[in-house]
Design a protein. Structure first.
Length: 260
């Protein structure tokens, strides 16, 4: 497998937001990292897999102190948290993040046949190579040795708490379902939602994982329907607007809560 010239790609997303992603990761694990520029500090929503150093790869973007927020516990979102001094997570997912427990692998042979079937059904077929990256961050890297580095959150947040950047403020929305501690970040002034994996543009939402809860997911989706959103920056896929959000919510509710 070749060595990548660079691990991270980035593009401006408007309103002082930068979308970052790991270019050589399979779509199943290719999460969005959202950098929001603030006056006093910057906000980093999720940190990817931790395969390569965010500090090194994004040095030109990380100009101010950074508050790193985990939208939920899954390894494709928390792998780089350990590089930051300020780490924010919801209380229901914080112990798993601190212990780096839960499933974490870059090779499909570690997935059960049932898991692979569920992922294929959700639109994420396994790559023929069986490896969930198509390049290496450096020559001696072994994908089979991948592990998540534990990162103890320095701030536990709950519903209604605020992450303050000095000139921008983001309200924490507790959106359980995908995991018990899934959160979104809502900026009312710009009507912008960072939704984590509660909702993203493709609609291939995973709600049958061992830590997932469909009843909670239904409640979270109903809540999003009433939010006056203009822009949604999801945990995966491109950003989208309110029309697409309503479509995704209604499709999910029709599938999971057809009678009410």
């Amino acid at each position: 497998m070749r060595v990548a010239e660079r691990w991270f790609d980035a593009e401006e997303a408007g309103d002082g937001v930068v979308r970052i992603w790991e270019a050589h990761v399979d779509p199943l694990l290719r999460a969005n990292l959202w950098l929001v520029r603030g006056r006093d500090r910057d906000l980093l929503v999720d940190t990817g897999l931790g395969i390569a150093s965010l500090r090194d790869g994004l040095a030109r973007l990380l100009e101010r102190p950074v508050i790193a927020v985990a939208t939920h516990r899954h390894y494709d979102h928390v792998g780089g948290l350990h590089e930051f001094d300020e780490i924010v997570a919801h209380g229901a997912d914080a112990p798993s993040i601190a212990a780096a427990d839960g499933f974490a692998s870059l090779v499909t042979e570690d997935f059960t046949p049932e898991e692979l079937h569920a992922l294929t059904a959700a639109g994420y077929p396994a790559p023929p190579s069986g490896v969930l990256i198509d390049a290496l961050p450096y020559e001696a890297y072994d994908p089979r040795a991948y592990r998540v580095v534990p990162a103890t959150p320095t701030r536990i947040v709950e519903e209604g708490d605020v992450v303050d950047l000095g000139d921008r403020a983001f309200e924490v929305l507790h959106l359980p379902g995908h995991t018990p501690g899934s959160i979104g970040l809502w900026e009312a002034e710009t009507a912008t939602l960072f939704s984590g994996d509660c909702v993203y543009e493709s609609g291939d939402l995973l709600d049958e994982l061992p830590e997932s809860n469909v009843h909670d997911y239904v409640d979270s989706m109903r809540r999003l329907r009433d939010l006056p959103v203009k822009v949604v920056h999801g945990g995966h896929d491109p950003s989208f607007g309110r029309r697409r959000l309503l479509q995704l919510v209604d499709e999910y509710l029709e599938r999971r809560a057809p009678d009410n």
